[in-house]
Design a protein around this ligand. Structure first.
Ligand SMILES: *[C@@H]1O[C@H](CO)[C@@H](O)[C@H](O)[C@H]1NC(C)=O
Ligand SMILES: *[C@@H]1O[C@H](CO)[C@@H](O)[C@H](O)[C@H]1NC(C)=O
Ligand SMILES: *[C@@H]1O[C@H](CO)[C@@H](O)[C@H](O)[C@H]1NC(C)=O
Ligand SMILES: CC(=O)N[C@H]1CO[C@H](CO)[C@@H](O)[C@@H]1O
Length: 270
């Protein structure tokens, strides 16, 4: 088969996988004996290391890295070490102290409510972000950093809720509203960099964080974006994904069992 045709089939498969998965299980927190042994091996391997954040060596965090690397302790360990290196290189220690005031206005993100199981919600009106303008202004790396800042924030909120007994597990919800999403503003060539670089960073350093990834008002052109970003996404993320159109009845079927309307921004309600 021609490489191009192969690539096309691969991409098609990814799109099919994304679109057929309509049900979503909650994070599985049960470990088999064999998995538990791997967690212990991983713990031993890192026991003498100092981490930029103590929570990085917690068992539930190690499980996320093990899952992302199919329970291969060596590979999971190397993935965690890359996160530690990235933490320093990307200056994660100061990310929450930077002045982000103009970003909340131009690239709004809302981290407010929780779902019925207590998992936090990151609501993303991505359709309202003008990525093309960001690209013209050379702001794409900063917009990626802004998004990562928010991912880190929801990750910390999740951990605090779980430690306070308000929820189980390590996951949160990402709900995107794609009203006003256009090829022109969101899929210009440099805009694609935003999507792939963000996805790569998320998959490398916050593996398995997204429990549900729901998009509302999904336009057909979004499928093209998914074919480009799909190969970067883990199977966990692809399984978490549900793409919904403009019908509020359709939203209600997916959202109502898991969310209270008042936990979502107005334009995300069914
Ligand atoms: C959860 O994971 C455990 C251990 O891997 C497995 O035995 C069990 O079947 C899983 N449960 C579900 C609902 O996937
Ligand atoms: C966490 O899981 C336990 C055991 O399944 C359950 O009893 C408890 O209600 C859960 N807590 C929350 C806040 O969902
Ligand atoms: C889409 O854009 C229009 C005009 O810019 C704006 O009034 C509207 O609120 C936007 N829709 C959503 C759902 O954000
Ligand atoms: C009602 C409420 O708490 N709104 C907040 C939601 O989150 C954004 C940013 O994360 C805040 O700016 C809002 O004030």
């Amino acid at each position: 088969m021609l490489p191009a045709a192969q690539k096309y089939l691969q991409v098609l498969l990814i799109v099919l996988i994304i679109f057929v998965s309509v049900t979503k299980q909650l994070e599985n927190l049960t470990l088999t004996k064999a998995e538990k042994r791997k967690v212990d091996q991983f713990k031993d391997a890192i026991s003498t290391l100092v981490f930029p954040r103590e929570t990085m060596k917690e068992e539930l965090n190690l499980v996320r890295y093990l899952r992302a690397r199919r329970w291969d302790v060596t590979r999971a360990n190397s993935m965690l070490m890359q996160t530690v290196k990235w933490w320093e290189d990307y200056k994660m220690n100061s990310i929450h102290d930077e002045d982000w005031s103009s970003f909340q206005k131009d690239y709004p993100i809302f981290i407010n409510g929780t779902d019925k199981n207590g998992l936090p919600i990151l609501a993303l009106p991505l359709g309202d972000w003008d990525l093309r303008k960001a690209a013209v202004q050379g702001q794409i790396p900063n917009v990626i950093r802004w998004f990562i800042k928010n991912v880190d924030e929801v990750h910390t909120i999740t951990r605090n809720l779980a430690n306070g007994g308000k929820m189980n597990g390590t996951q949160w919800n990402l709900i995107g509203n794609l009203a006003n999403f256009t090829r022109h503003q969101h899929m210009c060539v440099p805009c694609i960099r935003f999507h792939t670089e963000f996805a790569t960073m998320y998959e490398s350093h916050y593996p398995g964080g997204i429990g549900r990834l729901i998009t509302l008002n999904t336009p057909s052109v979004f499928q093209v974006l998914l074919t480009l970003v799909g190969p970067v996404l883990s199977s966990t993320t692809r399984d978490a994904m549900q793409t919904l159109g403009t019908s509020k009845e359709e939203w209600a079927k997916v959202l109502r069992p898991n969310f209270e309307g008042n936990q979502l921004p107005e334009s995300f309600r069914w």
